[in-house]
Design a protein around this ligand. Structure first.
Ligand code: PRP
Ligand code: MG
Length: 177
């Protein structure tokens, strides 16, 4: 196991009962304050993806916008934001997905990607997998090949991985749900 992972794991602060009672919140803002752990996080993804011929890094609002761009720059890929509804000014393609209560919508600009491109999807955390699943469907609908989904943290107890079908998911560390 890579020795960098332990430092990354301990740099993530866990806050109980946020945003509501019973939730153990995985706070990556403390990882961003640890310059070595933040760099190691980006480096681990870059080492894994640099030779995979990826032309698109798709980052999910909001926390996927923190980790996606440095990875995109380092591997020579473009960065495409996957946004909450009514934020993108151009023509969009939308995908609805289910949350614990109700549904949400994810949007991407039409023309940001072309059919046949190879993409990596980045977010900070996978819980139920609803968010990553929506990003995957959105990219696949426009003919993009998603090479892998990647997150800093997985909450394995929530089995979010199962919502990605047979698409591979790479994570650095596990958290408790
Ligand atoms: C959190 C997290 C992931 C998502 C994971 O984002 O950053 O994007 O939830 O949950 P899921 O696997 O159950 O779909 P959130 O929607 O809280 O918003 P933020 O990133 O804008 O802070
Ligand atoms: Mg998020």
């Amino acid at each position: 196991k890579d020795p960098r992972l332990a430092r990354i794991s301990s740099a993530i602060r866990v806050i109980p009962d946020f945003p509501k009672p019973g939730i153990l919140f995985q706070d990556i803002t403390t990882l961003l304050l640890d310059t070595k752990a933040f760099k190691d996080t980006i480096d681990l993804f870059v080492e894994r993806y640099k030779d995979k011929e990826i032309s698109v890094v798709a980052g999910i609002e909001a926390r996927g916008f923190i980790f996606g761009p440095p990875i995109a720059l380092a591997i020579g890929a473009k960065f495409v934001p996957m946004r909450k509804p009514n934020k993108l000014p151009g023509k969009v393609i939308s995908e609805e997905y289910s949350l614990e209560y109700g549904t949400d919508i994810m949007e991407m600009h039409v023309g940001a990607v072309e059919a046949g491109e190879r993409a990596l999807i980045i977010d900070d955390l996978i819980a139920t997998g609803g968010t990553l699943g929506a990003a995957l469907r959105l990219l696949e609908r426009v003919g993009v090949h998603v090479v892998e989904c990647a997150c800093v943290i997985e909450l394995p107890g929530l089995k979010g991985r199962e919502r990605l079908g047979d698409k591979p998911l790479f994570v650095l560390v596990n958290g408790d749900a």
